[in-house]
Design a protein around this ligand. Structure first.
Ligand code: MN3
Length: 381
């Protein structure tokens, strides 16, 4: 029996992880957390019966306790203490980090220190703290298994190729709902327009990040850490059909990639059972139905949030944290219709110029940089 803990069980990745648990008798759930989606969370607790659960704050914990008064309720914790407890649950073999945002960094570090394998869906962990996480995982002998579809594709394409050098990573992206649009055309796009992703059903924040291509920028940073390659060797390739989920080019010119339907359950399943491949329900890729695949260069002038990611990687230090934190806040403001779509990359750029640079940030520096970035954005209004 493989025992899993999930940080962020009510989000898109969290619920899909639980659907994998439904299909596999040898998986059980020992601990889950959510911030405030108590209706869904309560149902999950009743169904999976974890021994420990955590919510965002004390009020939510009290509310949850009242809701569960008719059953033998799990231990209920809240706040960062709760997240850390879920991440380090003594019975957990693997921790799925499905929470969105920098709040995922500390629990991920704690899980690694507790020798848990990590099914990594929280992008911010490697983007902001890759220089801490990767050496720590190595030292503790734990696996970091990517759950993001592109990184899973790269990881799958690397199997059996130990020791062979990577010439290039081909990181694919759909281009999002605004592919092919000019800068001027993006001026008046609405929240509803930006939330219409052509291929993938995902959470709101990541869907906006796909529309700005900041998501791809974050993924380039993740790929750099996961696969130990320089950013120059990562080629972002727009591929509107989202069939090739990413690929690796070796030194002999061979390109090995992973194709499939756009179904996040595959990367989740692969991470949970690695190196084993398990049966998975769902549609199969119909090559005749697809007919052809297109590939385009990304337009980094229009979607300059992607260019800024390369700039942040070149700078190193806490710059990726500034990039990420600025984007987090800007996307939240866009979703609240307080700023326009094109303000998102502008705010990131302004923060990258203004927030103090730290060359080799500690975890405390990273968290302080996040706050400083938020304060700077607040001072703009
Ligand atoms: Mn992705």
């Amino acid at each position: 029996m493989k025992k899993i803990a999930i940080i962020g069980s009510t989000g898109s990745i969290g619920t899909q992880t639980l659907s994998i648990v439904d299909e596999n008798d040898d998986l059980s759930v020992v601990a889950i957390s959510c911030k405030s989606s108590l209706d869904t969370f309560e149902k999950q607790i009743r169904k999976y019966r974890p021994s420990l659960v955590a919510v965002g704050d004390e009020k939510a914990a009290a509310d949850l306790k009242a809701r569960l008064s008719d059953i033998d309720a799990p231990e209920i914790m809240f706040g960062m203490e709760g997240l850390l407890a879920v991440a380090t649950h003594p019975d957990a073999d693997i921790v799925v980090t499905a929470v969105v945002g920098m709040i995922g960094i500390r629990p991920t570090i704690a899980a690694i220190e507790a020798k848990k394998d990590i099914a990594l869906a929280n992008k911010e962990t490697l983007v902001c703290a890759g220089h801490i996480i990767i050496p720590l995982a190595k030292k503790m002998g734990v696996k970091i298994l990517p759950v993001d579809s592109e990184h899973s594709a790269i990881f799958q394409s690397l199997q059996g190729n130990d020791g062979n050098k990577i010439a290039k990573i081909i990181l694919t992206c759909s281009g999002g709902p605004f592919r092919g649009k000019s800068y001027d055309e993006l001026e008046h796009v609405t929240v509803a327009d930006a939330l219409k992703h052509p291929n993938w059903a995902m959470g709101k924040k990541i869907t906006i990040d796909s529309a700005t291509m900041v998501n791809k920028g974050l993924e380039v940073m993740e790929a750099k850490w996961l696969f130990n390659v320089s950013p120059q060797k990562i080629q972002v390739t727009v591929h509107p059909q989202s069939v090739l989920h990413s690929a690796v080019e070796y030194e002999d010119g061979a390109i090995i990639g992973q194709m499939g339907t756009p179904d996040m359950r595959l990367p989740i399943l692969y991470a949970l059972y690695y190196p084993k491949r398990m049966p998975l329900s769902g549609e199969r890729l119909d090559l005749f139905g697809i007919g052809h695949m297109d590939f385009e260069k990304p337009d980094m002038e229009t979607f300059f949030g992607l260019q800024l990611a390369f700039d942040a990687m070149d700078a190193g230090g806490n710059m990726p944290t500034v990039y990420n934190a600025a984007n987090e806040r800007a996307v939240a403001m866009f979703l609240e219709e307080k700023i326009s779509f094109l303000r998102i990359p502008e705010i990131i750029s302004e923060c990258m110029t203004e927030v103090e640079f730290i060359p080799d940030p500690t975890l405390d520096d990273i968290l302080a940089t996040e706050q400083e970035t938020y304060s700077f954005i607040d001072s703009l209004n």
